[in-house]
Design a protein around this ligand. Structure first.
Ligand SMILES: Cc1ncc(COP(=O)(O)O)c(C=O)c1O
Length: 379
């Protein structure tokens, strides 16, 4: 039906909706994606890289980035992110490490990184953009966790405003579109927009679900009309929650004041990471208790932490329930557990996240014969 337009060569309502999205985010172009940010990242890499191109990638890149490297036939050089040993989590890349990777690989075509991290941690992306552009490289950003950054001055700068050439955003994760829908944004003279459109077309269904596409347009409209108010409220709510959590003996939720180290200069304040290390229980144990005793599901848990996302759909009712559950968790479990991964964790992380080059291209590895091997026996 012609009124529904064609996602692959839009000329009517999809074209208009994508242009409105691009205008809202200050991009030159926006593409609607119906295979999540995975699809957006695949499109971004396929649209920017040629087989054999060298690309600098953080070791903690999401699997969709690795999938994109396979599809593009690109050759990654891995950069180790900073590891915060107190929290046991990777932060962002340090500028000095990016500089030395670029100096070691002047032939690199792009730096492809995640910003913000899942935990909301950001780096000085503008400095990174200036540096890589100065070396003739592209800056491609997995901004899955950043489609709301544009709408509050209390949040870090969004990627394309900091100078990124392209950014893949999970509209469905953080703002209001249906699951599976994301946007790819591009800005500046270094991106071949027609080539990106072709990559998007190659990777997407010829029968896109119109409900999914419409939900992206509705999310865009909601942000255009109420983004500042909605995201501003979520930030305030998250900040009050963080302050209250920090009153609980045994729990700790870091805020902007902690972002003063290499690989961490800013924080998406709507991400509330709660370290349960002081209780002597592990993150997964705390997740299990919250889920089964208090009927609260966290976004994720890791060895020491729980992560919660405070969105504009939350109110004081939800944060109050969460706070009461965390107070009860601390009261009932402080000193009861015996979890202490302190000695093991950083060593494991730093081994898994070493610098350097692969011995096989991801594409070749994917197409080679393989067999299962125990992690301890693999190299
Ligand atoms: C950092 C990051 N990038 C990319 C993705 C992929 O997003 P999607 O699930 O929308 O495909 C995720 C998903 O969790 C993510 O956390």
């Amino acid at each position: 039906m012609e009124e529904l337009d064609d996602l692959h060569e839009p000329t009517m309502c999809i074209k208009e909706a994508q242009e409105l999205a691009a205008a809202l985010y200050g991009a030159d172009a926006a593409w609607f994606m119906i295979n999540g940010t995975t699809g957006a990242i695949h499109t971004m890499l396929m649209g920017a890289l040629n087989p054999g191109d060298v690309v600098l990638v953080p070791r903690n890149a999401h699997r969709s980035m690795i999938g994109g490297l396979i599809l593009a036939g690109a050759s990654p050089v891995y950069i180790q992110p900073e590891i915060d040993e107190r929290l046991g989590i990777p932060m962002g890349l340090c500028l000095a490490d990016i500089e030395s990777a670029v100096r070691a690989h002047p032939e690199a075509k792009a730096l492809a990184l995640v910003y913000p991290t899942y935990y909301g941690v950001t780096i000085d992306l503008q400095a990174v953009a200036d540096f890589v552009h100065g070396h003739g490289m592209l800056l491609l950003v997995d901004e899955a966790h950043g489609p709301h950054l544009k709408f509050s001055e209390k949040l870090p700068c969004q990627a394309i405003d900091a100078g990124a050439d392209m950014a893949a955003q999970s509209t469905h994760k953080i703002v209001g579109s249906l699951t599976q829908t994301s946007m790819l944004l591009a800005r500046g003279p270094r991106v071949d927009l027609e080539r990106v459109r072709q990559a998007a077309s190659l990777l997407q269904s010829t029968s896109p679900n119109q409900l999914l596409l419409a939900s992206l347009d509705i999310a865009r409209l909601q942000l255009a009309e109420q983004g500042q108010a909605l995201i501003g409220r979520a930030v305030e709510l998250a900040e009050s929650l963080r302050a209250a959590i920090n009153q609980i003996d045994g729990l700790w939720s870091f805020g902007q004041e902690y972002m003063t180290q290499d690989g961490a200069s800013g924080l998406d304040l709507t991400k509330v990471t709660v370290s349960v290390r002081g209780l002597g229980i592990s993150g997964p144990e705390a997740e299990h208790i919250l889920r089964h005793t208090y009927k609260i599901q966290c976004e994720l848990s890791d060895a020491y932490n729980l992560l919660f996302i405070i969105s504009y759909a939350d109110t004081e009712r939800e944060t109050g329930r969460l706070l009461a559950a965390l107070q009860a968790l601390a009261r009932d479990h402080r000193g009861q557990g015996s979890f202490e991964a302190a000695a093991k964790l950083p060593r494991f992380l730093s081994r898994a996240c070493c610098h350097g080059r692969h011995s096989l291209l991801p594409w070749s590895g994917c197409h080679s014969c393989s067999r299962l091997a125990a992690l301890q026996r693999s190299r």
